[in-house]
Design a protein around this ligand. Structure first.
Ligand code: HGY
Ligand code: MN
Ligand code: MN
Length: 399
């Protein structure tokens, strides 16, 4: 029986990013397609029956596909330069948990499925949890179809290239009805599980979070012939806005706001940019506070832009309310794992999207540094194996 880290070792060469470090496994990239093939092979080796639904979600069934099944799973796509565990840990742990249950001679009273959701990170098409949002009807299908990646490919075209029919993307009540309970195991992306004590926690809530695009327009010009007094440089405005984002969030307890992605247009060394696009990620437990935060940032950005002779537009790209996991399911899981503390998370997950529709819960596995979305993300062997055993115990208790 392979351990979780042995399973992860078998994919450790897939999608390595020599420039950024870590892994870049964008949805439907060669790397993520290789991971999908790996998962399907692993599932078939365990005698699971595998299907990919019309939204590109992979379902590996122990028992026949049926309504009200017990489902566990996560994602295989990553952020650019991400770690080895965010997503794949949940998928590998689900495979290892099936091995453990089979070794125990468990006979499921209801079917069990392992799911792999596409585009959880939203790294290619900009909307996080795109697969589970499509399944649950949590995104307008036309908006999803017309999402574009950095090369201008629409999601519809990429989905078609990967065997899906874009006209069939969207809410799938039949597939959703197959989820009686959903449990996602995930690497902890914070410091809630300290270096000592329990290695596994039960999730309680997910911080509300959203993504906004800010476009700052100025006057493109020549870097050498344009006097400093004659400039309307959107990069200078952007720099001030980014600091203002930091200051605004820092002044609001529990708020987080990040600009991790910025794109000057045209982006030449000897060119004053004509426009700067940048993306804001903002989060707070209270959705109304997040809304006020964005309003404040937008007002400050307009003021800064005007001071630089520029203008700014702000567009919301996605938003997820704060999620509280199903209390009944979480209580049952805490009953199965009495030593596991209960932890809130600041990271979004497919379990969060599903929780509006089906009873959902999460397990977190210790990440000693708490660093994530970075090559330094780490889970020790013994904690990864403890996670698989905990997941097996939870699945056995819920089957
Ligand atoms: O951004 C998030 O919180 C998650 O990792 N997609
Ligand atoms: Mn992530
Ligand atoms: Mn994740």
């Amino acid at each position: 029986m392979e351990t979780v880290n042995q399973l992860l070792d078998s994919i450790k060469g897939v999608g390595r990013d020599a420039v950024r470090g870590g892994y870049s496994r964008a949805v439907y990239s060669t790397a993520e397609l290789d991971l999908r093939a790996w998962f399907i092979e692993q599932a078939l080796q365990r005698g699971l029956s595998v299907e990919t639904d019309r939204n590109g979600i992979i379902w590996a069934w122990w028992g026949k596909p049926q309504e009200g099944a017990l489902v566990t799973g996560s994602h295989l796509d990553s952020v650019p330069g991400g770690g080895a565990f965010d997503g794949p840990l949940g998928v590998a742990s689900a495979l290892a948990a099936v091995d453990i249950l089979k070794a125990r001679g468990t006979v499921p009273a209801r079917s069990l499925a392992i799911t792999v959701f596409p585009e959880e990170e939203g790294s290619r098409f900009g909307v996080a949890c795109l697969g589970s949002r499509l399944l649950a009807g949590a995104i307008a299908v036309d908006k999803a179809r017309n999402l574009r990646d950095g090369d201008g490919n629409t999601f519809a075209d990429v989905a078609r290239t990967n065997g899906l029919d874009p006209s069939h993307l969207g809410p799938d009540a039949q597939a959703l009805a197959r989820i009686g309970d959903f449990v996602e195991l995930h690497v902890e992306q914070g410091k809630g599980l300290g270096a000592h004590g329990p290695a596994i926690a039960v999730g309680s809530s997910i911080l509300g979070h959203g993504r906004w695009k800010l476009s700052i327009s100025g006057q493109g010009n020549h870097a050498g012939t344009t006097l400093m007094a004659d400039r309307a440089d959107p990069m200078v405005a952007a720099a001030q806005i980014i600091v203002a984002v930091r200051d605004t969030a820092a002044a609001q307890p529990d708020a987080r706001a990040t600009v991790g992605r910025l794109m000057p247009v045209p982006g030449g060394t000897n060119v004053i940019a004509s426009r700067v696009d940048m993306w804001l990620d903002a989060r707070h437990p209270d959705d109304a506070v997040t809304a006020r935060l964005i309003e404040s940032i937008h007002g400050t950005a307009r003021h800064i832009a005007a001071g630089e002779g520029c203008s700014v537009s702000l567009t919301e790209e996605s938003y997820s309310d704060t999620v509280h996991f199903d209390p009944g399911l979480s209580r049952r899981i805490s009953g199965i794992l009495p030593d596991a503390p209960v932890l809130a998370t600041g990271a979004g997950h497919d379990a969060g999207v599903l929780s509006a529709h089906v009873p959902s819960a999460m397990l977190f596995v210790r990440n000693p540094s708490g660093i994530s979305h970075s090559p330094e993300e780490y889970v020790a062997d013994e904690d990864a194996n403890a996670g698989a055993v905990a997941l097996a115990d939870v699945l056995e208790g819920l089957l």
